[in-house]
Design a protein around this ligand. Sequence first.
Ligand SMILES: Cc1cc2nc3c(=O)[nH]c(=O)nc-3n(C[C@H](O)[C@H](O)[C@H](O)COP(=O)(O)O)c2cc1C
Length: 381
Amino acid sequence: MKRILSFLLTMAMIFSLAACGSATDSESFSSSDPGQYRAETKAENTEEAILSEGADREGKEPGTGNVLVAYFSWADNAILAEDVDAVSSPSVLPPGNVQQLAAWVREQTGGDIFSIRVTDPYPSDWDECLERANEERGENTRPELIENVANLDRYDAVFLGYPNWWYGVPMALLSFLEQNDLSGKQVYLFCSHGTGGLAGSVEQITEVAPDAVISDNIFDCYEEEAASSEEAIKAWIDGLGYGSQTDAEHGSRTEAEEEVADMSEKQISVQFGDTEVIYELNGSPAAESLYEMLPFTVEVEDYSTNEKIFYPPEELACVETPLASSDTGEGTLAYYEPWRDVVMFYAGFNENSSLYELGYAVSGIENISRMPGTITIEAIE
Ligand SMILES: Cc1cc2nc3c(=O)[nH]c(=O)nc-3n(C[C@H](O)[C@H](O)[C@H](O)COP(=O)(O)O)c2cc1C
């Protein structure tokens, strides 16, 4: 609630400043009746957006083909300072609303997940983030992205998720659409927002991706309902014909999983003093890229009450790497892509759409929590 009030107040403040010469060309925002504003913008969307009603990609039955779940969420794009004061200044905390929705879409479709991330992350402070996003919008900026989707051609359907930022999409979503050609692909939109609803987001997307087949069946949810929307978004996916199917039926995970299964089981040793933990890698591209970097010595840090983390010398490639499952629990070796750190769990953990599985400890699990400052990691030949 505090976040909404802060948002409305900030919006009102920025827009009153905007009237005095800022670059924004937005419609005026009525904070006195946000509900009415929401209803109006939704009606506009339905009438004006150039959408393909019930359309599906030519030659493909709905619910078939390889699925990509691409999304933008503030939580994956913020500088997460440890000393953020969440009381005096509402701030971002993972999981983000869209990040959480995307994880459920991925779960239900069996698709691959891709987080749209900018090279210059946004402030974790709410007001500062609003300000920067407003500047980018006023200047029609295209923020630089860390990476684009590898092998985009292999996907038939794309579930595209985003939050409403300033009556439209975050500008990074436009960078994504301009750099990753969705022409001819079946696109399903899902969005989380405040009182503004979808606002102009669908028109913006349609304008930059005119040849994508964008379904008019859009999932959207109010920000405070996002965390409890699992059932609703999965039902939406069911309605599209993608629900409750195995990965094998969709094909997109199958290839990756086959690749993983085909690889020989590589082991690595994490050593400190005369103690070691041995991990068996899962053969995924991310695990392989870690393996290629060995050996190295690195500082290990404590994080929360269940993780030891370290930063490998280079970023790991996460495409076609499975997400870490909480079922695996302690002993899991994982990679948190937004922070680019390798995580060694010594207790249970929560799943996250940016947390990828690298492998599992097969020996010395009990030593993980005792790891001191410096560790050496080597391949076991
Ligand atoms: C920079 C910024 C601008 C926003 N602008 C709007 C807006 O114009 N209308 C609206 O309804 N919500 C707006 N919101 C609220 C977000 O759409 C909403 O909190 C969403 O659930 C956030 O999803 P996320 O946590 O995945 O980033 C804005 C949020 C931010 C951070």
